[in-house]
Design a binder for this molecule. Structure first.
Ligand SMILES: Nc1ncnc2c1ncn2[C@@H]1O[C@H](COP(=O)(O)OP(=O)(O)OP(=O)(O)O)[C@@H](O)[C@H]1O
Ligand SMILES: [Mg+2]
Length: 104
């Protein structure tokens, strides 16, 4: 059986702007297996980046838990999360403002 490397349990992310609440992720459960190449697909605005930010410790979920192996990273301090990102995550961002500027 495949080994789970990353697991989200009942993950929710809500953005609050003034009086409006936007529930972008709602009770999401997900397991990613070690060695797999996993793709997240969905319409623009469906919450892919929001999910990846939460899974990679870049942002915190509103509710729920994220496990990396045996570790519950959702309980990590900011410093511990920074170490987790440095040691275990790679990021290629959607928008590269520096390149856009340099291209003119
Ligand atoms: N920091 C934020 N504050 C408020 N709303 C946000 C924030 N980040 C994302 N959202 C909202 O959450 C929703 C999901 O956005 P997200 O960027 O995760 O979508 P996406 O699936 O990555 O879209 P795309 O395919 O365009 O990259 C959108 O409605 C967006 O406006
Ligand atoms: Mg995105």
């Amino acid at each position: 059986m495949s080994e789970t490397i990353l697991k989200a349990t009942d993950l929710s992310k809500t953005f609050s702007n003034e009086s409006v609440q936007q529930h972008v992720l709602r009770n999401l459960n997900l397991e990613i297996y070690k060695g797999d190449f996993t793709v997240i697909m969905g319409n623009s605005g469906s919450g892919k980046s929001t999910l990846l930010y939460a899974l990679s410790g870049m942002d915190r979920p509103t509710l729920g838990k994220i496990n990396y192996g045996d570790e519950d990273i959702s309980g990590y301090s900011n410093d511990k999360l920074a170490k987790f990102r440095k040691n275990h995550c790679g990021f290629v961002f959607q928008q590269n403002y520096l390149n856009d500027t340099m291209r003119g």
